[in-house]
Design a protein around this ligand. Structure first.
Ligand SMILES: O=C(O)CCC(=O)C(=O)O
Ligand SMILES: [Fe+2]
Length: 280
């Protein structure tokens, strides 16, 4: 397990941990959130579940894993759950510092904000509940991954519960991001191989276990997948991703989302820049 230094380490992860991230393709950043914050955010995630446990039709629900969505007026679904309760997770100072260190410059944009709740279940015979895939910040109509720092996205999930082995932790392939880059570079299909790398053939994975308040940070070419939760505690996670403002494909210059007064009240100065409301 690749583990970064804990909080109080001057806000940086240091060259060694940075190197490990680029060698392994992932890094567990411990203690991004303190116990009181964890309790508050975990409560906010639990409160997304209707009291009568009706799972709305427009939520994703598969093998005990729920992803809340909002149904928009035009009938589309939005999985960014940026309620005033959860929005500060996108503006977290310490996680931002880690992302800026990995991405090599301070001017970043943040996005995602989706929530993953994995309940204990005995479905499926295997370990993974999802096919191995990458969530690359490279559009599907681009033929090759560049591998340049400006193209990189780093992101993953906060654990809001302790995630012990077989408890639904995200699975990764140590070094798998290099395999994806090399295989794509060596194939005429490039970025389009394996259904745009959304259906990666089986590879050996490990589960990222961690404590409530930790963040599992992944390189955007890291093959990964959700896993079944075989343990009683639900796994609560919130996903956050970062790119540089000069991101090759424009991910860093997307128009900001629209926020109401209650949301704006919880967005600090750093958050305003990360969310694209103010320039850097
Ligand atoms: O829930 C997880 O552990 C991973 C989910 C994931 O990778 C995804 O939905 O793209
Ligand atoms: Fe994913």
């Amino acid at each position: 397990m690749t583990v970064a230094q804990g909080p109080g380490s001057a806000g940086t992860i240091g060259a060694g941990q940075r190197q490990r991230f680029f060698d392994d393709g992932y890094l567990l950043v411990p203690g991004v959130l303190g116990a009181a914050e964890v309790a508050r955010y975990a409560g906010a995630v639990r409160d997304l579940l209707p009291r009568d446990l009706t799972v709305p039709e427009h939520w994703h629900a598969h093998a005990g894993r729920l992803k809340p969505h909002r149904l928009l007026a035009d009938g589309t679904r939005d999985d960014c759950i940026d309620t005033p309760d959860l929005l500060p997770l996108l503006c977290n100072q310490r996680l931002y510092q880690v992302a800026a260190e990995l991405l090599g410059r301070p001017e970043l944009r943040v996005y995602d904000g989706s929530v993953g709740i994995t309940l204990r279940n005995s479905s499926g015979g295997g370990i993974l509940s999802q096919g191995l895939h990458v969530d690359a910040s490279v559009p599907n109509d681009v033929d090759d991954f560049l591998g340049a720092p400006e193209e990189l996205q780093v992101g993953g999930c906060y654990y809001l519960t302790d995630v012990a082995a077989t408890g639904g932790g995200i699975h990764v392939v140590p070094g798998g991001h290099r395999h994806v880059a090399e295989t794509a570079a060596g194939s005429p299909a490039g970025r389009h191989l394996h259904d745009n790398w959304k259906r990666i053939p089986e590879m050996e994975t490990i589960e990222v276990t961690g404590n409530a308040g930790d963040f599992a940070m992944l390189h955007h070419l890291m093959p990964h997948a959700a896993s079944h939760n075989r343990l009683p505690p639900a796994r609560l996670a919130v996903f956050v991703r970062y790119v540089r403002v000069d991101q090759t494909h424009g991910y860093g210059r997307r128009p900001p989302r629209r926020y109401n007064d209650a949301q704006l009240a919880v967005i600090d100065d750093l958050g305003r820049r990360l969310l694209g409301l103010d320039p850097w």
